[in-house]
Design a protein around this ligand. Structure first.
Ligand code: NAP
Ligand code: ZN
Length: 352
């Protein structure tokens, strides 16, 4: 298969810093779109993958799944995009297209498994897929999104993961006018959850460990802020929420949040992967038909719906633009929750 070399940033092992590397991309085949990457957001999942927090990372690893750029080439069978168009790629670059999930536009739950934008099995070149910390990406047109022209492009990048990961549960649990929604953790996902829930008409509360984020949360659209370490403040929210979106990346006690759910309410985990400790107590769930659920990104059609909604409502992420060589420092700051509220890499800095 024809291929070409490009510059990227990646890591050779779980305990090494990211550094410049050369990777290969396939030459665009008939259904492919080649995109010159202009900006790439920095998701906490990038850090989890680079450092093998979840196991399964194959090295070298090139993270990045919040990609926006311009189309530089299209295959002969591509009609949705032309050279010069803005385009975006999120967390997936392929799926089987035939299973019950794919047929319902739920590619993220593809039964044989979707192909991740990074660390996925690359069926074209072998090995693993490389993500958006790179000059270019080549992706099947089914997985390329259209970008609203009116939005700031760098600040649009985080919509491709942080945006869709919070939009999908908001839509699945039918959040709208009159809904009471809470968001746990004010980081990349959390701040998008606040903006999107607010724009859908919900009353929005932030649960945070960080009192110094209260002012920002209110500016982002939160109607209330509850400091999760205060038992008194937690008790004040008893029975309130229809939906809680929990974005905390590390193990934490979920039990104190269950009493704050309304009857039939759901707490949806989108951050932490793994067993809960302490164990989930069933009594507060049974006494109110409450659920604890999980949710993974969103399908391609739903991602386009979210991007169009953001275009109509002028919603983008709050970002700090960084150069590619600042990525290791950015990871350290992300670990300290010191991001307001998403790092985005200006890919010009890699090309220069
Ligand atoms: P982030 O920007 O680092 O934000 C996470 C926030 O959680 C922090 O700002 C902090 O908020 C809170 N937090 C951090 N560590 C905590 C701890 N030990 N205990 C309690 N709270 C803590 O991360 P992100 O990019 O939003 O990603 C969040 C998680 O979602 C990551 O694990 C990521 O891998 C995952 N993710 C999942 C999906 C999916 O499809 N399900 C998609 C993308 C990302 P406060 O300071 O306000 O407490
Ligand atoms: Zn992500």
């Amino acid at each position: 298969m024809e291929k070409f070399e490009i510059k990227a940033y990646g890591t050779p092992s779980a305990d090494a810093d990211l550094k410049p590397i050369t990777i290969e991309r396939r030459a665009a085949t008939e259904n492919d779109v080649e995109i010159d990457i202009l900006y790439c957001g920095v998701c906490h999942s990038d850090l989890h993958t680079a450092r093998n927090d979840w196991g399964g990372t194959v090295y070298p690893a090139v993270p990045g799944h919040e990609i926006v750029g311009r189309v530089t080439k299209v295959g002969s069978a591509v009609s949705k995009f032309k050279v010069g168009d803005l385009a975006a790629v999120g967390c997936m670059v392929d799926s089987c297209g035939e299973c019950a999930s794919c047929k319902q536009d739920l590619e993220q739950y593809c039964i044989p498994g979707f192909i991740g934008t990074y660390n996925g099995k690359d069926k074209h070149l072998g090995g693993r897929t490389f993500g958006g910390y790179a000059e270019k990406v080549v992706v099947s047109d089914r997985f390329v999104l259209k970008v609203p022209e009116n939005l700031d492009l760098a600040a649009t990048a985080p919509l491709l993961c942080a945006g869709i990961t919070t939009w999908s549960p908001l839509r699945h649990w039918k959040v709208g006018k009159g809904s009471n929604v809470a968001v746990t953790g004010l980081g990349g996902l959390g701040h998008m959850a606040i903006k999107l829930a607010k724009a859908l008409g919900a009353n929005v509360t932030l649960f945070s460990r960080s009192p110094e984020k209260e002012k920002d949360a209110r500016e982002l659209g939160a109607d209330q802020v509850i400091i999760s370490t205060s038992a008194e403040q937690m008790a004040s929210a008893k029975g309130k929420f229809d939906l809680i979106i929990d974005t905390v990346p590390y193990i934490h006690d979920v039990n104190p949040y269950i009493p704050t759910l309304n009857i039939n309410g759901t707490l949806v985990l989108v951050g932490y992967l793994g067993g809960l400790e302490p164990a989930l107590h069933s009594v507060p769930m049974i006494m109110g038909r409450k659920s604890v659920a999980g949710s993974l990104i969103g399908g391609i059609a739903e991602t386009q719906e979210m991007l169009d909604f953001c275009g109509e409502h002028n919603i983008v992420s709050e970002i700090e633009l960084i150069n590619m060589e600042d990525i290791n420092e950015a990871y350290e700051r992300m670990l300290k929750s010191d991001v307001r509220y998403r790092f985005v890499i200006d890919m010009q800095s890699l090309k220069a």
